[in-house]
Write a protein that binds this ligand. Structure first.
Ligand SMILES: Nc1ncnc2c1ncn2[C@@H]1O[C@H](COP(=O)(O)OP(=O)(O)OP(=O)(O)O)[C@@H](O)[C@H]1O
Length: 308
């Protein structure tokens, strides 16, 4: 059992000159989980991740990674933490597989390099110099380098930016497999469906702070826009239906015979409503479900206008 979190960020402040990039950010990442950090351009995601990686010193607040200070204990953390930077960090003339083999040799028990390359679709470009790889190939190589040493924790900064659908799928499978192996993953992304598909925990960052967090379902749950509607005979006993529903739900009949249930709309709620209908001899027609997606929640929290 772990007694501390894999990553603990408390009150982090980071400034570049007069610009405050991170402004009192708190984040706790549980061991063995996948945490997605979302936020508009310039929200402070990369700065936060780079501080956790030990590349930047906090101006205020504390950062602990696997219980250690990432700057002071960088040497201890290096073999335990995998890092995928947004921009390569690879010498441009080096061939892809040479780079991966070199990185593998720095670790005691690396993954099988050829298998990993094959899995990420890098098999065909192993002899290509880094600078001639496509943007997507460079990202996949960076991902391979981050995980080849079997780290306990990996930071992935926009791992699927610019990837085609197949490569994105392969990346998702690799990230899921890391969780199965007990690896903790922290990733930043602009793809809401990526966070919904992969993340156990999502932190939405805006203007250098976490403005909302929770599982994707928690973040979308319980909003007025989550509704289940159906049509039945007019004048159903709304109080009786409400009693059957979990706490936090509401039922209305906005027009005669037209019903609206709001709350945590999921499979359980649908089953409860239809079973109540069956018990009361009602055949619900035109059942429709509307749920807020993570993207709706994100836009609601961070605004719809473009940021500079
Ligand atoms: N080295 C730097 N020097 C000066 N300002 C910087 C530097 N790096 C980042 N910034 C500024 O700090 C703010 C946060 O940047 P950061 O890269 O952390 O955001 P981000 O959320 O990762 O954005 P994106 O989604 O565009 O990658 C931005 O306003 C950016 O312009």
């Amino acid at each position: 059992m772990h007694t501390t979190a894999a990553v603990e960020v408390a009150g982090l402040v980071k400034r570049y000159g007069r610009k405050t990039a991170v402004d009192g950010l708190d984040l706790t990442v549980a061991h063995g989980s996948i945490t997605a950090v979302l936020g508009p351009n310039g929200a402070g995601k990369t700065t936060t991740v780079e501080t956790c990686e030990g590349y930047r010193r906090p101006d205020a607040g504390t950062v602990r990674v696997l219980g250690l200070d990432p700057v002071a204990r960088a040497a201890e953390l290096r073999p335990r933490v995998g890092v995928m930077l947004q921009n390569g960090g690879v010498y441009p003339g080096v061939r892809a597989m040479e780079m991966l083999r070199h990185t593998a040799r720095l670790h005691r028990h690396p993954l099988d390099v050829d298998e990993l390359a094959e899995r990420l679709g890098l098999g065909g470009c192993g002899r290509t110099p880094y600078r001639r790889l496509s943007g997507g190939q460079q990202r996949r190589l960076a991902l391979a380098m981050a995980v080849v040493g079997r780290p306990e924790l990996v930071f992935l900064d926009e791992p699927t930016a610019g990837l085609d659908p197949q490569a994105r799928r392969a990346t998702w499978e690799l990230v899921s497999a890391l969780r199965t192996d007990g690896v903790t993953v922290v990733l930043t992304t602009h793809h809401m469906e990526e966070a919904e598909e992969l993340a156990d925990h999502v932190a939405i960052v805006d203007a250098g702070r976490v403005v909302a967090e929770g599982s994707p379902r928690e973040l979308c749950r319980g909003r007025a826009e989550n509704t289940l509607s159906f049509v039945g005979r007019p004048g159903l006993d709304l109080e009786s239906l409400l009693k059957a529903l979990p706490p936090g739900c509401a039922v209305t009949e906005p027009a005669a015979g037209s019903y609206r249930v709001t709350g945590d709309v999921g499979p359980e709620l649908l089953a409860t409503v239809t079973s109540w209908c069956a018990q009361h001899g009602v055949l619900p027609e035109r059942i429709a479900i509307e749920r807020q997606t993570l993207e709706d929640v994100f836009l609601e929290l961070t605004g719809k206008e473009l940021r500079g």
